[in-house]
Design a protein around this ligand. Structure first.
Ligand SMILES: [Ca+2]
Ligand SMILES: [Ca+2]
Ligand SMILES: [Ca+2]
Ligand SMILES: [Ca+2]
Length: 198
């Protein structure tokens, strides 16, 4: 049984329960009214499956906009993080979100939405890879089948031993890779292994 938590259009903090199926919506399940979401803090539970929606499952039309949210996956969990929504149907605008993978499981991070329709606008998101963990990362939208999309300026952040990570929509001139390494090895090149390598 899923533990479903839904915030409101203010700023909310939602925390997942461990060893559960957590489904959290920062603002509302479906935003069809053109409202702007709050700035929420969502955290998944450990040893869980966590679906974290920074704003809603769907933001549809009416100039609806996502807030600037912080989503953190649970440890040793299957984390699916949507900075704004699973689906954004235009006109709608994604917020500037921070998505942080949880260590030890699998993370799927969408800075804005998994699917889109119409003139959706991506926000400027920050996606942080978890160490020793597989991360699948989209800065804006998982599907590119839509038209009139506007992409955000996203940052993909990696530390040492970041595991096997996949970045699906890196856009030169828009997005950046940020390499974090302590202690400084002097070379960033040994921080990111090739795709598919440990
Ligand atoms: Ca909220
Ligand atoms: Ca958001
Ligand atoms: Ca976003
Ligand atoms: Ca984005």
């Amino acid at each position: 049984m899923a533990i479903i938590k839904v915030g409101d259009f203010g700023d909310n903090t939602l925390v997942g329960v461990k060893s559960e199926l957590n489904v959290h919506y920062g603002d509302i399940i479906e935003n069809y009214g053109g409202a702007t979401g709050g700035d929420d803090n969502l955290t998944g539970g450990a040893n869980s499956t966590n679906y974290l929606f920074g704003d809603a499952s769907e933001i549809r039309g009416g100039a609806g906009a996502g807030g600037d949210d912080t989503l953190t996956g649970g440890a040793n969990a299957t984390n699916i993080l949507y900075g704004d929504a699973e689906s954004m149907v235009g006109p709608s605008t994604g917020g500037n979100d921070t998505l942080i993978g949880g260590k030890g499981g699998t993370n799927t991070l969408y800075g804005d939405a998994e699917t889109t329709g119409g003139p959706a606008i991506g926000g400027d998101d920050r996606l942080v890879s978890a160490s020793q963990t597989t991360d699948h990362m989209w800065g804006d939208f998982g599907s590119g089948e839509s038209f009139n999309l506007t992409f955000g300026h996203d940052a993909f952040v990696f530390g040492p031993n970041n595991g096997t990570d996949f970045v699906y929509d890196f856009q030169q001139g828009f997005d950046i890779f940020e390499i974090r390494s302590t202690p400084l090895p002097g070379l960033a090149a040994d921080v990111i292994p090739p795709q598919g390598a440990q």
